[in-house]
Write a protein that binds this ligand. Sequence first.
Ligand SMILES: Nc1ncnc2c1ncn2[C@@H]1O[C@H](COP(=O)(O)OP(=O)(O)OP(=O)(O)O)[C@@H](O)[C@H]1O
Ligand SMILES: Nc1nc2c(ncn2[C@@H]2O[C@H](COP(=O)(O)O)[C@@H](O)[C@H]2O)c(=O)[nH]1
Length: 222
Amino acid sequence: MTEPVRHRPDAIARRGLILILSSPSGAGKTTLTRAIAQDGGWGLDLSISVTTRARRPSEIDGKHYHFIEREAFEDLRARDDLLEWAEVHGNFYGTPRRPVERVLSAGRDMIFDIDYQGTRQVRAKLTDDVVTVFILPPSMAELRQRLERRAEDSQATIEKRLENARHEIQRWSEYDYVIVNDDLQNAFTALQSILTAERLRRTRRTGLAGFVEGILSEGQGS
Ligand SMILES: Nc1ncnc2c1ncn2[C@@H]1O[C@H](COP(=O)(O)OP(=O)(O)OP(=O)(O)O)[C@@H](O)[C@H]1O
Ligand SMILES: Nc1nc2c(ncn2[C@@H]2O[C@H](COP(=O)(O)O)[C@@H](O)[C@H]2O)c(=O)[nH]1
C-alpha cells in the first residue's frame, strides 16, 4: 500500500506583516509589545526606534531605543534612513528603514511600538502589510496610576503625557483593532489572537494556490 501524501500547511509561503501597537503613554503597549516579541514562538522581530528622548533609568541603549542627539536624528531624516518619524511629547522618534526592509523581504513579521502619526505614515507606504492595534486603558485614573507606579518619569512629564493622552485616545478609530488593557493576560491573549488571524489571511498567503494545486494533483496521472 502506498503511503498517503502529507502536505505541510506550515510550509505555505506568505508575505511578512507589520504589527503596530499604539496607545497613550502608560496604557501598556510596550509591555505587550515586548511580551510577544520576546516569546520566540511567535517569531516576531522587534523594531528598535531611534529617539532624542533622555534614557530612563531602566532602559538600555540599543535594546529599548537607540538614544541619539538631535543632530544625528536630523542626519537620518535627511538621508531618508527613517521609514517614519514624529515629534511626540516634545521629543523626536523614528523607525530605522533598513531593518524593516530586511525583515519583510525575508517574509518575516515585525512589531512596532509607535504613535498614531508614525502609524499613518507606515500605513500609507506599506498598505497591505500593516496591521494596527490601539491599546486603551480601562480609565484615565488607572492610566495615571500606571505612570506613577512605573516611576520612570518626572511628575511634570507624567502630567504632560496625561494631557496628551486625551488627544491620542481620540485616534482609536483609525486602527484595525482595539484592545482594552484592563487585565494584562486577557490583553495579551487578544493580541495573540489578532496575530494568529492576520497570519491566516488568504490575501497574504502567496503559497496557498500552489498548496491547493498540490492537493488537487494527488492521484492524477498515476
Ligand atoms: N494590565 C495592566 N495592569 C496593571 N499594570 C499594567 C498593565 N499593563 C501594563 N501595566 C504597567 O503599566 C506601566 C505602563 O506600561 P508600559 O510602559 O507598557 O506603557 P506604554 O503604553 O508603553 O507607555 P509609554 O508610551 O510611556 O512607553 C508599566 O509599569 C506596566 O508594568
Ligand atoms: N512615530 C513614532 N513614535 C514612536 C517611535 N518610538 C516610540 N514612539 C512613541 O513615542 C511615544 C513615547 O514613547 P516613550 O518610550 O518615550 O514613552 C509612544 O507613543 C511611543 O509609541 C517611533 O519610532 N516612531
